[in-house]
Design a protein around this ligand. Structure first.
Ligand code: GAL
Length: 448
């Protein structure tokens, strides 16, 4: 081969190599461009957050977070702006929101972040591959060491963390109107242990002395489930209650029959229009002096209290309303936690990452929780910012044994909860204890 031909061949080779390199470099550039547009949408930035916080107390807490998000230049208030889009769906305990969310996720139209309860409910989304692990958010913000360890357990799956908890709520609270009780000659010491029988005696006294007052106000279906849950907890105690969720959990036991009968008895003290009342409607009956007692989670404190600006009814704890553990469950904290997730395919991924980092911050937790009526998921929050009820709850969280809520997704999956809902719906009209217990046994067998 002549030198000329050789040189020509080498030139062609170099030319080819250069072409390959250029194409490769262009490819990388396009790839990275693609990557950045997939994480930061080409459309104007926004942060779509999905929750069920529309009502009194709940909306107030969310509004506080939105105000910070929209103005803080490190969050959505920077340049360009990334405004909060409130995709909340009304209905306490996510009674409507969860179905809407399921449809959106099935249609691949996730929001940037959605509310999910720590525990089995979150596990549903993890196992369905609908949310991303967020270990890097935990690492970047040092969240792991500041969040309550019990919570960390409930949001971890196969070594990965999947949500940022914003709070801890207590489900087993018996709220009452001290003035209504006083008028009937009843005194209850706030926070003191009460038995189921003492409670029934008090409600009989209300019936006799104040016949116009509803002894126990009740709302729509999920609030009935919460009444059942806390009654079961009162009867079985924390370890008996916890055993229900194991594979061999005994929902057919004699103690469970007693608990269901107690629930049936409690229903005889309630208002007949329960199914058409929201939790706020039922709770307000206590504040208005139209009912003596109500069993509700401590989001009711956020709704009642005016000690912290943002409380809706602006009432005074221990004067206009007071509380103790649901009878039989003193010393047990029936807990749940609202947490927020990073859905796969979140349209504004980078904004969602910022949002989750913000939610776990001390500022977000100490701003949100005093208004929402919950204690923070972080353990370094400032107790001075919390009202009289929440100070009690902060203490009880440390002192009490823990039980994981059924109604609010800690102990059971969405499918198991739905099976319990159907069984309660039937029981509310039939009042057939044996049939109800059988349905609960079947729900356990299918879902545990
Ligand atoms: C719970 C939720 C609380 C509160 C309540 C009533 O499921 O965890 O934050 O909103 O429902 O809607």
């Amino acid at each position: 081969m002549s030198y000329k031909t050789k040189t020509h061949r080498m030139a062609v080779l170099f030319g080819l190599l250069a072409l390959i390199l250029t194409v490769a470099m262009l490819g990388t550039a396009c790839g990275s461009k693609k990557k950045s547009t997939s994480t930061t949408s080409a459309a104007p930035c926004q942060l779509q957050v999905f929750s069920w916080w529309t009502g009194g107390g709940e909306a107030a807490g969310l509004t506080k977070l939105i105000a910070i998000w929209n103005t803080d230049t490190n969050l959505g208030g920077g340049t360009p702006k990334c405004p909060f889009v409130n995709e909340t769906v009304a209905g306490g305990a996510g009674s409507n929101a969860k179905a809407v969310l399921a449809q959106r996720l099935a249609a691949n139209k996730p929001p940037d972040s959605f509310q999910g309860h720590a525990g089995k409910e979150l596990l549903d989304y993890i196992k369905a591959g609908q949310i991303e692990p967020i270990n890097s958010i935990y690492d970047a913000n040092g969240f792991k060491s500041v969040m309550a360890p019990e919570l960390i357990k409930q949001i971890t799956y196969q070594g990965n963390l999947y949500s940022v908890p914003v709070n801890i709520h207590r489900a087993n609270v018996l709220w009452y109107n001290p003035k209504v009780l006083k008028a009937a000659g009843i005194t209850i010491t706030p926070g003191a242990a009460m038995t189921y029988d003492e409670w029934i005696t008090d409600m009989n006294t209300i019936k006799a002395k104040s016949p116009k007052v509803i002894p126990l106000s009740l709302g729509e279906e999920w609030t009935q489930k919460q009444l059942l849950e806390t009654t079961i907890l009162g009867k079985l105690g924390p370890s008996g209650y916890a055993s229900l969720f194991a594979k061999n959990g005994d929902w057919a036991s004699a103690d469970m029959t007693t608990a269901i009968n107690q629930f049936k008895t409690l229903l005889t003290y309630t208002n007949s229009d329960a199914s058409s009342l929201t939790w706020q409607d039922a709770g307000k009956l206590v504040i208005d002096g139209k009912a003596a007692f109500n069993v509700m989670g401590d989001w009711a404190d956020g709704y009642y209290s005016g000690t912290v600006k943002g409380g809706n009814l602006a009432k005074t704890p221990l004067v206009d309303y007071a509380w103790t553990a649901v009878p039989g469950s003193s010393g047990v904290f029936d807990w749940l936690s609202d947490s927020f997730t990073l859905p796969k395919g979140a349209p504004h991924h980078d904004a969602a990452v910022k949002w989750l980092g913000f939610l776990g911050s001390l500022k977000a937790q100490d701003t949100f929780n005093p208004v929402k009526g919950s204690i923070p998921a972080r353990q370094d929050a400032n107790p001075a910012l919390y009202d009289t009820y929440l100070k009690w709850s902060l203490k009880q969280w440390k002192a009490d044994k823990l039980a994981c809520s059924i109604t609010h997704g800690c102990a059971v999956s969405n499918a198991w909860n739905a099976a319990i809902d159907t069984a309660i719906g039937q029981f509310m009209s039939s009042k057939d204890v044996a049939a109800f217990q059988k349905a609960l046994v079947a729900a356990h067998a299918k879902n545990a």
